[in-house]
Design a protein around this ligand. Structure first.
Ligand code: 17E
Ligand code: FE2
Length: 420
């Protein structure tokens, strides 16, 4: 029993890894910490939530999103081809007139929309290819503004490449000095393969010098010759940075021949890097040059998971030059992964749930403070579902979002009336 009296008590909570036979537990929170978890806590608290057997989960983790471009779909024009490259061109036009307050306001709107749907940890990319670094400065200020209720990591992301124009590499380093959590890159978009390799080496040198995490947009193309993932993994292995490194997208991995993929998988296991797939975006941006058969363009999520590697999932986009849809709901992302990656077994659907929760926390290197355990920060969500599988199936409403021991948002599930 806790020695301090709880401020918040959740009754009859079903945890994500419970089997249906295990009876629900009560969770006591005092200030911003979880202080007790037991089948029956005889405690009182000023606020009691009767969960009645619903799923209580650690919050969702959005491990990959671009908040600087979020909510700009159609500005200044829509993406007609649906390709990554047209999206980059549209964004290049849009970002010429980027305004600090405009970025802050859109990012905040997207973050609140995500938080209300149970996301309390977000890794956002910030384009650092503009001389003013407006996108980056705005997202760093948003990180500060939300810090009491949401953990936001900012990646310095050189959208136009490190070596495509003379100032880009310096801008990336300036972004690290300004305080980004993570350093990014885009080797498949550099002018030559050699530039791509050089960019990865530079990113590792900067991460070591400034003591930052790494998250590289890697091989986001259907080209089976795009092989920067092996460079990233080799650098992670040699530098010892391992799990501090993430390869995002890696869509070309879905096009590699199996003989090469087998060899690569061995290197990946040794390197212990993290992977992020963005199934909503990968399935729509990739395969655009195919007729039929048409590739799905999502990396080998199931095989990476079966190999014991850490895979998490992200939106990548919410209503931007690359994708005009998206509501910020991680259960949409997990549902798309279940379908596109053919992870339809019960344990596989559970794995997709883990990819938007615990595995996302591992990618962000925040696993120590994450999870529903005594002594950990009181961050948790109550879903209108009895299990992770049902949550994904129903895109269940997140009924309550608790951040640092406080109720941050509540949503009432829709109620149907039949008049048949
Ligand atoms: N930039 C990029 O290089 N790739 C993406 N998928 C997005 C932005 C959304
Ligand atoms: Fe991305």
């Amino acid at each position: 029993m806790p020695t301090v009296s709880p401020s918040l008590l959740l009754k009859h909570c079903r945890l994500p890894d419970d089997s249906p036979q295990v009876s629900p537990v009560d969770i006591a929170i005092a200030a911003d910490k979880i202080v007790a978890i037991a089948p029956q806590l005889d405690l009182s608290a000023p606020t009691v939530i009767e969960v009645a057997g619903s799923l209580v989960s650690p919050p969702f983790v959005e491990s990959h999103i671009h908040l600087d471009s979020a909510l700009t779909a159609g500005q200044p024009r829509v993406n007609q081809s649906g390709t990554l490259f047209e999206g980059i061109e549209i964004w290049r036009d849009r970002k010429q007139a980027l305004d600090f307050d405009d970025v802050c306001q859109r990012a905040m709107q997207a973050l609140k929309q995500q938080a209300s749907q149970g996301i309390l940890y977000v890794r956002t990319h910030a384009d650092v290819s503009e001389a003013s670094l407006t996108a980056l400065k705005a997202l760093l200020s948003v990180r500060e503004a939300v810090k009491d209720w949401m953990t936001l990591q900012v990646v310095a992301f050189p959208q136009d490449g490190l070596y495509g124009s003379p100032d880009s590499a310096d801008l990336l380093e300036e972004a690290l000095r300004l305080g980004t959590d993570v350093v990014g890159g885009i080797p498949h978009y550099e002018l030559t393969r050699e530039d791509g390799v050089r960019s990865v080496q530079r990113i590792f040198a900067l991460a070591t010098q400034y003591d930052r995490l790494i998250d590289i947009h890697c091989d986001e193309i259907d080209d089976d010759q795009s092989r920067f993932l092996e460079v990233v993994a080799a650098c992670a292995l040699r530098s010892g940075l391992g799990s501090r490194v993430t390869a995002s997208h890696t869509t070309a991995f879905a096009s590699y021949n199996n003989a090469y993929a087998l060899k690569l998988m061995g290197l990946l296991r040794r390197s212990q890097i993290n992977f992020i797939a963005n199934p909503l975006i990968n399935i729509t941006l990739q395969g655009r040059t195919d007729t039929y058969p048409k590739r799905r363009g999502v990396t080998r999520v199931k095989e990476l998971w079966q190999s014991g590697l850490n895979v998490s999932l992200g939106h990548d986009c919410i209503q931007d030059p690359w994708y005009s849809l998206g509501t910020g709901n991680m259960l949409d992302v997990a549902s798309m992964a279940v379908h596109v990656c053919q992870m339809t077994g019960q344990d596989e659907i559970q794995a997709c749930y883990d990819m938007i929760t615990t595995q996302g926390a591992k990618t962000l290197n925040i696993a120590d403070g994450y999870g529903i355990e005594v002594g950990k920060p009181a961050n948790l969500i109550v879903l209108d579902a009895e299990s992770p599988q049902a949550a994904i199936r129903d895109r269940a409403t997140v009924k309550a979002v608790i951040s640092r021991g406080q109720i941050l948002a509540e949503t009432t599930p829709p109620r149907l009336s039949w008049y048949l």
